[in-house]
Design a protein around this ligand. Sequence first.
Ligand code: NAD
Length: 261
Amino acid sequence: MFLKGKVALVTGSTSGIGLAIAHELAAQGADVVLNGFGDAAEIEVIRQDIENRFGVRALFAPVDVADYEAMEKAIATVETELGSLDILVNNAGIQHVAPTSEFPIEKWNKVIDINLTGVFYGIRAVLPGMKHRGFGRIINIASAHGLVASANKAAYVAAKHGVVGLTKVVALENARANITCNAICPGWVLTPLVQKQIDDRAAASGRSVEEEADALVSEKQPNARFTTPEEIGALAVYLCSEAARGVTGTAISIDGAWTAQ
Ligand code: NAD
């Protein structure tokens, strides 16, 4: 329970990786602020479950990470209601798959707005409070696609490479302020974001969803298995620990040796 007394905002935590990170941080005693979209009643169940299971406070901030004013206001509200904001996990993200020559302009703008600009917005809004309190842990969920590319993912790969660069800048600027900033670069994790890509592939190839899932993960990941959201959550917990205070400005892969090739 080494995070008791700390407050964490995890963007995009109504499902997938973000929700698992929120669970792992709450399991260590952190109060958590959930964020993202979805059914209000289902999100309320998730919020209450966190409070009951881990004995922490959990809030829900239903703001769009690509809206700076809304983010700034939500962060100020968290600081007032929970007393601080010590950990920011920039996890919200979307995907769109198309060849660059046909990539819809509005999809490009949306992916960049959420996956890159949204990360900058969150960091910009939390840094003054973290500096004032002399503690901060910023974790950006980038991707293997922050380090290497795949065809048909122009906006996503550009945004994630941008996140890795932004991570380094924020780490440098705050190296003496007890604020660390790191990127986690997962390979394939079976979440709604990836399930859609598998379903699209199965529809196009006529093969089963299971066959396409195996093919998708094996093409890129030598270990041929999906990383679980909980494994990403455990890495985020480590990055918040005292043992990780010297780990900053890095991009940590958790990708079954995808980017070792
Ligand atoms: P997901 O689709 O399950 O969850 C995405 C979350 O982001 C949801 O809670 C959604 O409501 C929220 N969201 C979307 N747009 C938002 C916005 N504008 N403002 C606030 N919240 C918003 O996806 P996931 O697979 O859990 O992905 C989480 C992160 O991990 C993303 O940044 C993704 O790029 C990254 N990632 C995923 C994988 C993978 O294989 N799943 C691999 C590498 C990196």
